[in-house]
Design a protein around this ligand. Structure first.
Ligand SMILES: [Zn+2]
Length: 373
């Protein structure tokens, strides 16, 4: 805990004092937990950030993590000071009695309340959901800000691995582009993973950018859309992963002809070393289908051929049959992903298959939203 009450029931924030002053305070003052009212101890280690800890073990400790890391305490102070300096009304570690929850910070904006959670340690999906729904039920908007993973060091367009829990807090810009903001308390910088393009599993392609805390605003700045030139780089990376995927399947498939992807490629006469450019196309909602795009699109083409239909001619029923046959969860997003794919190919067909660069189409579909639609 970064705060406690003194004997006068006033909030005491040890980080605002020098170590020497705190030594004196510790001798002269008594501090109490804002939740359970029990006495707490002021800890002034050489290494850690001054903080409070309960003296006796009680249920309060179980309810709220005590052993917070230095990074977590440090990040909380940085973010709290930053929001205050921007002129926001913000409370540090307020105990919300009704919810029995204590967010790292609570920002009050007109009639809105935003609970900010700076998450340094791993958190289970259940715990995340419990806390998130606790806030939402009480009309508090939760904002999860994760500590930037240590491996993130370079800026620019690159492959990014995003853990399932962090995928939960992926945001979208007004134009519908996906991005994720994390905060690195070690360097006081916000790290943006912008213009996220889903590849497969936990893999995305994105543009990594950083912003020092002094330049950040609240609500956070929205990232800009990548340019067409930048998208070319995305496309090259994406196609490289498609190729790697195909080779892996070719050499490691245990199912042989039973493998739907290899079987479909064979039946369609696709050469695995030179797959046509219209399979392996990233589409909106593509993350709803947990297969690589080159895999489901190839299987889809074979399915279409048997039905003697073009992908854009598939109706809702056909699409649902396709999904259930391949054990893909039937969701609105998965259906939409297939419709999006069909729609993109239909545009191609209209123009006599003359699209030397299908990537122009994909760029328009994924990123140039405002100019195309
Ligand atoms: Zn307590």
């Amino acid at each position: 805990m970064l705060m406690a009450y003194n004997e006068q029931q006033q909030i005491f924030l040890p980080y605002q004092y020098s170590r020497e002053a705190l030594q004196r305070c510790r001798q002269q003052m008594k501090f109490y937990c804002p939740q359970c009212q029990q006495p707490v101890q002021l800890k002034i280690g050489k290494y850690n950030i001054p903080h409070f800890a309960h003296i006796a073990t009680n249920s309060c400790i179980q309810l709220f993590a005590e052993g917070e890391s230095k990074l977590h305490l440090q990040g909380k102070i940085q973010l709290f000071e930053w929001l205050k300096n921007l002129g926001h009304t913000v409370k540090l570690e307020p105990f919300l009695r009704k919810l029995s929850q204590r967010p790292d910070m609570l920002l009050i904006k007109e009639h809105k309340q935003i609970a900010i959670e700076f998450q340094c340690s791993t958190i289970s999906h259940e715990k995340w959901l419990l806390r998130t729904s606790g806030y939402e039920k009480n009309c508090i908007q939760p904002l999860w800000l994760f500590q930037t993973p240590q491996k993130q060091t370079t800026q620019g367009i690159q492959k990014i691995s995003i853990s399932p829990i962090m995928q939960k807090v992926i945001n979208t810009t007004a134009l519908g582009l996906s991005y994720l903001v994390t905060y690195d308390a070690n360097t006081s910088r916000f790290i943006y993973w912008a213009n996220l393009l889903y590849v497969h599993g936990h893999t995305f392609i994105g543009k990594v950018q950083e912003l020092t805390i002094h330049k950040q605003h609240f609500p956070f700045y929205e990232p800009k859309t990548i340019t067409k030139e930048e998208f070319h780089f995305y496309w090259q990376l994406y196609k490289k992963y498609c190729k790697q995927f195909v080779y892996q399947r070719l050499f490691h498939s245990k199912n042989g002809v039973q493998d739907a992807f290899l079987r479909s490629s064979y039946e369609l006469g696709f050469a695995l070393t030179r797959m046509p450019d219209y399979v392996g196309v990233p589409v909106k909602n593509g993350e709803a289908i947990p297969m690589f795009s080159i895999e489901w699109q190839t299987i889809l083409h074979y399915y279409c051929r048997r039905l003697q239909l073009a992908p854009h001619e598939l109706d809702e029923r056909n699409i649902r049959l396709f999904l259930s046959h391949h054990h893909i969860e039937l969701t609105i997003q998965a259906v939409q992903a297939i419709k999006n794919y069909g729609m993109m190919l239909a545009k191609r067909d209209e123009k006599d298959n003359r699209f030397p660069d299908i990537y122009e189409q994909v760029y328009a579909h994924l990123f140039a939203i405002d100019t195309i639609y």
